[in-house]
Unconditional design. Structure first.
Length: 95
């Protein structure tokens, strides 16, 4: 298996960390943040949970919130429900 190599694992983790940083950076363009979110879809839930929770707030662009909701639908962890339910009362009806 490719990911058994420590160096490869470290490299992939660093890439995912950079994508998390971009996704939550409100100074970045929305399109770039959306691209970062697409990469994070492949990350384990525990690695992206905090970023997703940050992005499910009214101050974040609706497009990013919608992408987060779609991302949550793809995760198999039961833990994805909590951030969605927590954010739900403040969400726009469009979401």
């Amino acid at each position: 298996m490719l990911l058994q190599d420590d160096e490869t694992c470290a490299f992939i983790r660093s890439l995912l960390e950079r994508q998390r940083e971009i996704a939550v950076d409100d100074s970045e363009r929305v399109e770039l943040r959306q691209s970062a979110l697409r990469h994070l879809r492949h990350a384990p839930w525990e690695d992206v949970a905090e970023a997703i929770s940050e992005l499910l707030t009214p101050s974040v662009a609706a497009e990013l919130q919608a992408d987060c909701i779609a991302m949550l639908a793809e995760h198999s962890s039961d833990e994805v429900v909590a951030p969605l339910l927590e954010a739900f009362p403040a969400m726009s009806p469009d979401l």
